[in-house]
Ligand binder design. Structure first.
Ligand code: PLP
Length: 399
């Protein structure tokens, strides 16, 4: 057998793999499963973006680009940061990746030495701790309980910082809770960061435009003095329904961007030329499609809330952004299923809903905070409605 690298062995398979396997089994047995786990919009990429890709391919945009991305796309990114976030970046301070995920990967690859600490507020998108671990980093999980709106407080940030801290990762709007940091909350965190001059901040702003209550602000706009240790990560996946095109971007100090550029040159060489043309068209074009998408998700969110509110054992809060509910299922722990099994964890709840309601949801343990479930409204309204009704019925059947 092949001897795997220690850093790969160190990656723990997520608990939700169990649920995934169950989904496959049930589907193989001919059952229809309603999938509320999806992490992407079900919408189609807007037509003008697809047209731009077709023109680019026909026009000969079919070669390698420079690793950091075409000048046309980088110009569009610089302009986007100016328009939306009031931030000034130069062309050598922005970089394009194969999804935001590659940029998170390269940023950690470029900066983490063995044992360097990365503060990850929980609940979190599981890739942050995993990618940090791959690069020898040590994730330091800062719990953000629901009573704090699932947001990092200045006090918990202060307590998490050590001499070995390299990065703080901030994700607003948040996956999985939808929490958005207000100007005041960002200012208060910036106060702590001013005292901790060795700490860099990665802000994952991928859900920036999918907001329902208030606007998502960039830390860079609220605390411009932190710009020299700030890496903004964003992309076109969620706002323009472009997950499969694989284009993300980052903005930060030129020296960090240059190091990431070096790594991309030896990793993917560059992102797809055609996808880059499409992303430039997305950023430069009419933004009405983004507002429309946000409106679609708002309707789905409100409908999900309506159908799930009052479900026994489930405590719901309406998310301010992104497209996930993260209800507490503390009230279901200890209950028994109709066939007499006791639910001991959120994973048990997720498995029960899968078997009994034929609805797939993710357990909070995969996001670093239990007992919760992550239920996506990225999918079609009919699925959301059928899924929520079935979940409610299954919860009512517990004793
Ligand atoms: N950041 C967060 C918080 C996400 O939820 C996701 C995708 O699920 C990403 C980044 C990755 O996006 P991309 O498709 O640009 O790699």
């Amino acid at each position: 057998t092949i001897g795997l690298a220690e850093r790969v062995i160190a990656l723990k398979p997520s608990a939700s793999i169990v649920a995934r396997q169950k989904v496959t089994e049930l589907q193989a047995a001919g059952k229809t499963i309603i999938d509320l786990t999806i992490g992407e919009p079900d919408l189609d990429t807007p037509a003008h973006i697809i047209e731009a890709a077709i023109s680019a391919a026909r026009g000969g945009d079919t070669h390698y680009t420079v690793p950091m991305g075409t000048p046309a796309l980088r110009k569009a990114i610089v302009q986007k940061l100016k328009n939306d976030n009031a931030l000034e970046y130069g062309l050598n301070e922005v970089i394009v990746g194969v999804g935001a995920k590659q940029l998170i990967y390269e940023a950690f690859a470029a900066t983490l030495n063995e044992g360097d600490e990365v503060i990850v507020p929980a609940p979190y998108w599981v890739s942050y701790p995993d990618i940090a671990t791959i690069h020898g980093g040590k994730p330091v999980i800062a719990e953000c309980p629901e009573t704090d709106g699932f947001k990092l407080t200045p006090q918990s940030l202060k307590e998490a910082i050590t001499a070995r801290t390299k990065w703080l990762v901030l994700n607003s709007p948040n996956n999985p809770t939808g929490a958005i940091y207000s100007r005041e909350e960002l200012s208060a965190l910036a106060e702590v960061l001013r005292e901790a001059r060795h700490v860099w901040v990665m802000t994952d702003e991928i859900y920036e435009h999918l907001t329902y209550e208030g606007k998502a602000l960039s830390l860079g706009e609220v605390a411009p003095d932190l710009k020299d240790r700030l890496l903004i990560v964003n992309g076109v996946s969620k706002a323009y329904a472009m997950t499969g095109w694989r284009i993300g971007y980052a903005a930060g100090p030129a020296a960090l961007i240059a190091a990431m550029n070096k790594l991309i040159g030896q990793n993917t060489s560059c992102a797809s030329s055609v996808s880059q043309a499409a992303a430039a068209a997305a950023l430069n074009g009419d933004q009405a499609c983004v507002a429309e998408a946000a409106e679609t998700f708002r309707k789905r969110r409100d409908r999900m809330f309506e159908l799930l509110d009052g479900t026994p054992g489930m405590k719901l809060r309406k998310p301010d952004g992104a497209f996930y509910f993260y209800p507490s299922v503390e009230g279901l722990i200890g209950k028994s299923t109709p066939d007499g099994r006791v639910l001991k964890s959120d994973l048990d709840v997720a498995l029960y809903l899968l078997e009994s309601a034929h609805v797939a949801v993710l357990d909070g343990s995969a996001y670093g905070m239990s007992p919760y479930l992550r239920m996506s409204f990225g999918g079609a309204l009919e699925d959301i409605e059928a899924g929520c009704r079935a979940v409610r019925k299954s919860c009512e059947a517990l004793v």
